[in-house]
Design a protein around this ligand. Structure first.
Ligand SMILES: Cc1cc2nc3c(=O)[nH]c(=O)nc-3n(C[C@H](O)[C@H](O)[C@H](O)COP(=O)(O)OP(=O)(O)OC[C@H]3O[C@@H](n4cnc5c(N)ncnc54)[C@H](O)[C@@H]3O)c2cc1C
Length: 480
């Protein structure tokens, strides 16, 4: 294969620095290629431990090391920050943007691993009051909201006001993420914080796990689902199944039971851990190739993970629908390694591999300290043994030795000492997401544009003028 990009070496562009992106790039370290990783965050995120950042167990750095640090010794890899806004399959280029700066990168081979976002099943307005759990920003916001709710409750209780709505925490979605999150909020309220407040009793906090499905942890089967539910209830989580969320607002949410009856639960803190939607990049790929999208926006690929008519473009991980593969890290890792092997094999003149086959290494979810459920092949495990397996696997997959050491120390603090090392929260954590959404042009409104667009000085002058008019009451009159 020659390089269309005009360079000596074959150019591979990798979209995303998550499981697919990172492991695909690493798998190309000995290949005669240049790899450019383009992702919209500067870190590689270990999503399975986001709930521990949200509940103060781990720091964000421990689960999200800088991608360029992880790849610093891989000489054929370059890391570039940027949101991919366009993929031109005919021209063989990807266009990325960061703060209004645009970059077009040509490729000979492309591995797309842009993952999935949260799905609110067509009710995106829920996200304002029920953040999802997909990014470091989400986890830090949730940390701020959870610890902030206890703080506000203390203030209001001291003033003799009612605080039940502040001491009720709802997690929507009883899959692994929801179960882990609900279990940790319960342990936080009932154990870690119990001596820290004077006007409230944190042990009286309600933690509710809601799901429209009739079972907890559906992928783990009925038996382990029941084990998980019983364990959750024993640590103080109220599990409410067959309850579909139909409305969410600042003070609470409304659920509809299977018989159609509606009821309201007052709770300021809500966590959305239900549903995923593939990266919107699948839409442009589908338009250019005719490949079908499923309801979650995942794109149908060929058995070798390539796009129809484009053997040079691989799509892996959470963006893909193929043989009912689950949206888990191992599917992304193994898919990306498969794509890397294929690219390398083609350059060496090897015959194509047979189609991609996923090797299922098992699944696990923690419920509380020392308690988890796990499936490995036909084995169904629960309790302490499953928890030890969870510990070993997660320690193994945390990226970088220093993160493994500090995560282990933080786990000792939490699991042996019932404490949390990462309880720092700020006002910005809680409110920045909504504040940024109100900028019509996005964050790039806050910086000067490289050319053309309005300068930061102009924007600041406009803001100052608006403040002046508001202070003078002129704007109000003008609008009246
Ligand atoms: C809270 C949570 C818990 C989970 N727990 C488990 C678990 O216990 N076990 C398990 O196996 N799986 C778990 N998963 C699922 C697992 O994390 C995913 O299946 C896996 O991350 C998919 O890998 P990926 O490479 O496809 O996408 P991701 O790892 O999500 O990576 C996507 C990458 O693409 C980047 N990106 C997205 N859009 C763009 C764009 N337009 N331009 C540039 N870059 C872009 C992102 O910044 C990111 O770097 C969990 C997921 C979540 C959210």
């Amino acid at each position: 294969m020659s390089s269309k990009a005009g360079n000596q070496r074959h150019q591979v562009v990798v979209v995303g620095s998550g499981f697919g992106g990172l492991f695909g790039t690493k798998a190309l370290r000995r290949s005669d290629v240049d790899v450019t990783v383009i992702a919209r965050t500067t870190h590689h995120l270990f999503q399975p431990l986001l709930y521990q950042v949200a509940t103060g167990i781990l720091s964000e750095g421990e689960i999200a090391p800088p991608t360029r640090e992880v790849l610093s010794k891989q000489k054929n890899a370059t890391v570039m920050l940027g949101e991919i806004t366009e993929i031109d399959l005919e021209e063989k280029t990807v266009t990325s943007q960061v703060l209004g700066r645009e970059l077009k990168t040509p490729y000979d081979s492309l591995i797309i691993a842009a993952g999935a976002g949260q799905s609110y099943f067509g009710n995106d307005q829920f996200s304002e009051f029920a953040p999802g759990m997909k990014s470091i920003d989400d986890a830090l916001e949730l940390r701020g909201r959870i610890f902030g709710a206890f703080e506000l409750a203390e203030v209001m209780a001291a003033a003799g006001m009612e605080v039940d709505h502040l001491l009720t925490f709802i997690v929507v979605g009883a899959g692994p993420t929801g179960v882990e999150m609900a279990g940790q909020i319960a342990e936080l309220a009932h154990k870690t914080l119990k001596h820290d407040f004077r006007s409230i009793n944190t042990r009286q906090a309600r933690v509710i796990l809601l799901d429209a499905a009739p079972q907890v942890l559906p992928p783990f089967g009925a038996k382990l689902g029941e084990v998980a539910k019983t364990k959750l209830e024993s640590i103080g989580v109220e599990v409410q199944l067959g309850a579909m969320v139909v409305a969410v607002d600042e003070r609470g949410l409304e659920v509809q039971e299977r018989d159609g009856e509606r009821r309201r639960i007052e709770a300021v803190t809500k966590v959305w851990a239900a549903g995923v939607q593939a990266s919107p990049l699948t839409k442009t790929l589908s338009e250019q190739t005719g490949a079908a999208l499923d309801r979650a926006g995942r794109i149908a690929v060929n058995p070798d993970l390539t796009l129809p008519g484009h053997p040079e473009v691989f799509v892996v991980g959470d963006m893909v629908t193929l043989d009912n593969l689950p949206g888990v890290a191992q599917v992304a890792i193994q898919g990306a390694r498969y794509a890397a092997r294929e690219i390398d094999g083609r350059l060496r003149g090897k015959a194509p591999q047979s189609g991609f086959h996923y090797f299922d290494k098992g699944s696990m979810a923690t419920i509380s300290r020392f308690s988890a459920v796990a499936t490995v092949g036909k084995l169904r495990l629960s309790g302490f043994v499953a928890w030890l397996m969870w510990l070993a696997v997660h320690l193994f997959y945390i990226t970088g030795f220093k993160n493994q050491v500090t995560a282990l120390l933080h786990w000792a603090v939490t699991f042996i000492g019932n404490d949390r090392s990462e309880r720092t929260v700020t006002e910005q954590q809680i409110f920045a997401r909504e504040a940024l959404k109100r900028l019509h042009g996005g964050v790039q409104e806050l910086v000067s544009q490289p050319s053309g667009g309005r300068s930061r000085e102009e924007l600041e002058a406009q803001a100052a003028e608006e403040v002046r008019l508001t202070d003078a009451g002129a704007r109000g009159r003008a609008l009246a």
